[in-house]
Design a protein around this ligand. Sequence first.
Ligand SMILES: [Zn+2]
Length: 298
Amino acid sequence: MKLVYSDQYDLNLGNHVFPSIKYRLIKEKVLRDRIFSPEDFEEPPPASDEDVALVHHREYIRKLQAGKLSYLEIMRLEIPYSPELVRAVWLSAGGSILAGRLALQDGLCVNVGGGFHHAYPDHGEGFCVLNDIAIGIRKLQKDKAIERAMTVDCDVHQGNGTAAIFAGDHSVFTLSIHQENNYPYPKPPSTLDINLRDGVEDAEYLHELENGLDSALREFQPDLIVYVAGADPYQNDQLGGLKLSLEGLERRDRLVFEKARTKNIPVSVSLAGGYARRVEDTVQIHTSTMRIAKEFAS
Ligand SMILES: [Zn+2]
């Protein structure tokens, strides 16, 4: 199984609550722990502007590239604007396209980045500039590599941008399991939203996720699942209010991969959020997802 990664995913945000240093730390850890070796990593090309325009408005793309976002638009992103940011998000979108292709080839692939599910066609918000998930799906559809896709969004925050982008599109089923009483507000409806109370723990979460996956896969047969494996349902997350343990998060990953394997559906993974008090915990959660993915790939 290949991993898609670029050193330029790191936005060098310093002490920002979004620890973009995690991408590099994850790479170092999976190499140190000998879960993966250097030749397992594939460097993505940046998405082309044509690929990005499959999802985003031309005017928004132009403003991003020319540094013409307004003060309010930058406030809404909640991360500082820079040319490096633009470079990183174009690469992350290219990474999700490549991870989708490799998943179709190998059964599973992880983009060690991406998962920017809060980005809408005409604006970004909540640390998300371009919706790499939607760009990847639209590109694979355009290339006729897939017809139908399902997003399984397990980030603690609802996948509002992804839900809005695919609203009314019967070729994409969006499933989001999240804390109801948390950003974003409002939450445009996904095909299936699983709204959880504050403080939900492992057993209830896994029960709800399994029911949701079973019912989604009964009514919809995708050619690809895009698993948005946010680390922020973790009990010690600063921006999440669910109470999953490290073990519960591993069981979550296994559940998604098992359901996909039962139906022979390839899975492309992106990392999305993770704001644990200790960045080591966020890195641990993401590297576990990658280790478990590798088990299922072999
Ligand atoms: Zn999140």
